[in-house]
Write a protein that binds this ligand. Structure first.
Ligand code: AMP
Ligand code: MG
Length: 337
């Protein structure tokens, strides 16, 4: 199968709609990462996503709809704060998990009685979803466990010959996956941190928790149990205060014939003059936007990628650090897959 990379035009949108109606899988730009989308009402189309990605069958998918799409047939009930959150943050990088009516394919939620719904703000995603006018189940458009894609080229690298079309909207401005928020209880609970932060949600609702699965417990967001976002090279990871140890590790690796590279924030990069470095940037938003691109660059240009954890831990950095730690294998939930 030829994989076409097309920007949005009348022709490419009609083609995308045709593929979706035929039960095919189409990759599309969003403001977070690229998605791998299929008709959420079709069992076969949804199963094709799992098959293409090699995704574990208990890791549920997020359904994407255009702004203005009536989600009421899909959700059973909603808490009083849900409307205020939608008004404040949608369209945008916030996924809301509701009690499901079970109208979409049962494979979307992998047997859970909830449904995760997102309204992306990317103009490419909006026109694609409007054209399809269906709920589109879409995980990130990467092979399972590999680094999430933030350019059409990244999607192509993982799925060339396997999917008919990538709707190219350029590089993703957000860079990490959406915040996943459980909206089934009295108070909202963050299941996966992202660009819409706990502080932002609390400013609308009054309060918001962050869920951390206890060891041995089945996590509320099954995807968080899996090793994820991994570059295909050796990795090592250090806290910023352990920079001397990290430099020692770099030099030892070089003496053993490795080709090491640091991945760190700008401030630390400046101290590493003369070493091979990839610069994550100076602001939270920059680090979110660059992380996955640099992990993919790192796996191509080095045999050992040495991550140095950025110093700031709150706000958007909570989401960035969650992805970074899991990419470097220092935090990956309760089990590996
Ligand atoms: P991905 O599409 O690869 O960004 O992963 C989707 C994330 O959303 C995973 O971490 C899932 O566990 C989570 N998710 C999807 N649907 C649900 C749901 N119904 N309840 C809880 N988490 C969900
Ligand atoms: Mg993913």
């Amino acid at each position: 199968m030829e994989t076409k990379i097309l920007s949005c035009s009348r022709g490419s949108l009609e083609l995308a709609k045709k593929y979706i109606e035929e039960g095919e899988v189409v990759a599309f730009h969003t403001e977070t990462v690229y998605g791998l989308g299929a008709n959420a009402f079709s069992d076969d189309a949804v199963l094709k996503i799992f098959e293409l990605k090699g995704r574990p069958s208990d890791n549920p998918l997020i359904v994407h709809v255009h702004q203005g799409y009536d989600i009421s047939p899909l959700i059973d009930r909603e808490p009083s704060y849900a409307a205020a959150l939608r008004k404040a943050f949608l369209p945008g990088p916030l996924t809301m998990v509701y009690p499901s009516t079970g109208k979409v394919s049962k494979y979307v939620s992998c047997g859970l009685d909830t449904l995760a719904i997102r309204v992306p703000s990317s103009p490419t995603a909006q026109v694609f979803l409007r054209e399809a006018d269906l709920p589109i189940a879409a995980p990130s458009a990467n092979l399972s466990k590999h680094v999430s894609p933030v350019t059409a080229r990244h999607v192509y690298d993982d799925f060339n010959g396997k999917i008919p079309l990538i709707l190219d909207g350029g590089a993703c401005s957000g860079g990490i996956e959406s915040t996943v928020l459980d909206c089934t209880e009295e108070l909202p609970l963050i299941l996966r941190e992202g660009l819409v932060t706990r502080e932002m949600i609390a400013s609308v609702v009054g309060d918001c928790g962050v869920y951390h699965a206890q060891k041995g417990e089945q996590p509320k967001s099954p995807g968080m149990a899996y090793k994820h976002y991994s570059p295909r090279c050796k990795t090592a990871y250090y806290l910023a205060e352990d920079l001397p140890k990290a430099i020692h590790g770099y030099e030892k690796a070089r003496s053993e014939g490795e080709d090491p590279c640091f991945l760190c924030e700008s401030e630390v990069c400046r101290k590493l003059n003369g070493y091979h470095t990839l610069d994550l940037g100076g602001t939270d938003e920059e680090m979110a936007r660059r992380l996955y691109d640099l992990l993919r660059k790192g796996e191509k240009s080095a045999t050992l990628l040495i991550g140095i954890e950025p110093k700031k831990k709150d706000g958007v950095m909570a989401g960035v650090l969650n992805r970074m730690r899991r990419a470097f294998g220092v935090e990956h939930g309760t089990e590996e897959s």
